[in-house]
Ligand binder design. Structure first.
Ligand SMILES: [Zn+2]
Length: 541
């Protein structure tokens, strides 16, 4: 199999996957084809909407049509010459409790109809199940996965190894770990549909990232049943490469009109908030007057346009290194989605491990939620583990962030320059100037042009959590460095008392001197003189 990764941002990848019916680009959405009722003909999905892949259910094909797909092959039967993925009936097990087909039969059937990507008959865990029940589904799915490799005969099909375990994360980890030992080409996170139906996107975050942590990164991951565009970007950012959507059609049947950050009932709309070819030419009133069948078709096509447009935006955001900003914007669509975004701070390790941290563009920080960004945690780790202050640094002079960046080019920095000039070359060599700044914390002067310390914009005033984060980071830095004195230029307007308090506390713990100069006090000349006096005092000791 070849899955070639072209671009990355967070855990998202733009990749090329070769299947026997052609190469597809990820992140990839597979519209679900229901062979019994298909509103939009499969070939139209490709020609009009640009879908290079579709998914259908091999179990339904076998049960309802048995021989026709066998004789024609699934591509001809559906009338689609792109990539066809098939599901095995696992979802039907979840809904109906069982299916009248064995794994050997459904594997053989998928091989015979010529699926490009096919799925073993796993046992879905579901949502409201006990740990015991969940364990059984995981054990049985792993056993079936092992058995599968003794049954399969074709080598040109990409097989999906589903990860089960539901919300029991230790089971998800075990399932992913076992599946990763088997030579599957693709993995899938099994049946998260109920999690999504219950709007537990926070649980979904845990499930996806636990699976990702334990799966080989070079294999694509499919998220079953993730059909609404408002959560595509979150799932893509967490490393899901494939999605399937039946939602475009199911919503259409219920007169529901998708937009990228929510859903309307058609009857609620006076205007279409969309300029797709469908919406551009008609009004909600005109669509409401159509026959039910025509209306359903209109809505299904509009919903597909919305899904493809969102995927294009996501891909462009990956290219631009701006996926976090995109996800942050989208997760404002619903508090449950935003809750999920807030959960990311618990997964710093796996996000940090796979995310690129250097980009061609600067980053935008809106609130403390952005503290979970890999750029922020990456910098903190590097500063604490790898950075050594200049050897002769005896005094740490901590200055507040300036609006202009890099900090050393801001006019506020001139005052510090004046003081160091007055001290003379020899003495000032013992003063190490660092800035304290949100969100990165301590920024040594000599590093302030290193990406992304100057290449970011942050919304002001800072929120309490961000101030606290910076204060903690300042404290960690003081604790592990070897200064004799810390001089804090205190900016109470921006930072309140938090930085000052943390500085004093850590200096006390280290038993070193701590001096505070309030830069908002009256008389800037006096401030400079005071600062000079303090520095001279400590440098002469
Ligand atoms: Zn539209």
């Amino acid at each position: 199999m070849s899955f070639e990764i072209k671009d990355k941002d967070l855990l998202a990848r733009i990749g090329k996957l070769k299947t026997k019916s052609g190469t597809v680009e990820t992140p990839l959405l597979f519209p679900v084809i229901n062979p019994n009722i298909q509103l939009v003909p499969p070939q139209k999905l490709e020609d009009t909407f640009g879908f290079k892949a579709v998914i259908t259910n091999a179990y339904i094909l076998k049960r309802c049509f048995e021989n026709e797909p066998l004789a024609q092959g699934v591509h001809k039967f559906l009338g689609f010459d792109g990539t066809v993925m098939t599901d095995s009936g696992a979802y039907q097990i979840l809904v109906y409790g069982n299916v009248e087909v064995s794994q050997a039969e459904i594997v053989q059937y998928q091989e015979q109809i010529g699926s490009d990507i096919a799925t073993i008959l796993d046992i879905p865990t579901g949502w409201k199940v006990t740990k015991d029940q969940a364990t059984k589904t995981v054990t049985e799915t792993i056993q079936r996965a092992k058995d599968f490799f003794k049954i399969k005969t074709r080598k040109d099909i990409l097989w999906v190894g589903p990860v089960q375990g539901g919300r029991h994360l230790d089971l998800v980890a075990k399932s992913a770990d076992e599946m990763s030992k088997l030579p599957f080409q693709v993995h899938a996170l099994g049946s998260p549909t109920e999690v999504m139906e219950n709007y537990r996107f926070d649980v979904l975050v845990d499930m996806i990232l636990t699976a990702k942590k334990n799966l080989p990164p070079e294999r694509p991951l499919h998220l079953f049943g993730a059909g609404h565009p408002f959560m595509f970007s979150l799932a893509v950012a967490l490393g899901c490469d494939f999605f399937d959507s039946a939602a475009y059609a199911l919503y259409a049947r219920e007169n529901r009109y998708m937009i990228e950050n929510g859903t309307y009932r058609l009857s609620e709309l006076d205007y279409f908030p969309c300029q797709c070819p469908k919406c551009a030419s008609e009004s909600p009133k005109e669509v409401l007057a159509k026959t039910p069948k025509e209306r359903e078709k209109f809505l299904a096509e509009h919903n597909l346009h919305v899904c493809t447009a969102e995927l294009k935006r996501i891909k462009q955001a990956i290219r631009d290194g701006r996926l976090w900003e995109h996800v942050e914007m989208r997760t404002h669509a619903h508090p449950a989605l935003f809750t999920a975004l807030k959960k990311l701070k618990n997964h710093e390790d796996v996000i940090g491990k796979y995310s690129p941290t250097s980009k061609k563009s600067g980053i935008f920080i809106f609130s403390s939620v952005s503290l979970a960004r890999p750029e922020v945690s990456h910098y903190r780790k590097r500063l604490l583990k790898r950075y050594c202050p200049p050897e002769n640094a005896r005094v740490l002079l901590l200055a507040p962030q300036t609006r202009k960046k890099p900090f050393h080019k801001a006019h506020e920095f001139n005052r510090i320059k004046q003081v160091t000039k007055r001290l003379g070359e020899e003495l000032s060599r013992n003063v190490h100037v660092c800035f304290y700044a949100a969100p990165f914390g301590v920024t040594p002067l000599e590093l302030d042009e290193v990406y992304p310390l100057s290449q970011h914009e942050i919304a002001l005033p800072l929120d309490q959590e961000t101030v606290k984060y910076v204060a903690n980071q300042v404290s960690e830095y003081i604790m592990q460095a070897h200064y004799e004195t810390v001089v804090l230029l205190h900016d109470p307007e921006q930072w309140g008392k938090t930085i000052k308090a943390q500085c004093a506390k850590s200096c006390q713990k280290k038993n070193i001197a701590c001096e505070v100069v309030d830069i908002k006090a009256k008389g800037s000349k006096n401030i400079l003189t005071r600062l000079e006096m303090i520095l001279r005092k400590h440098l002469s000791e």
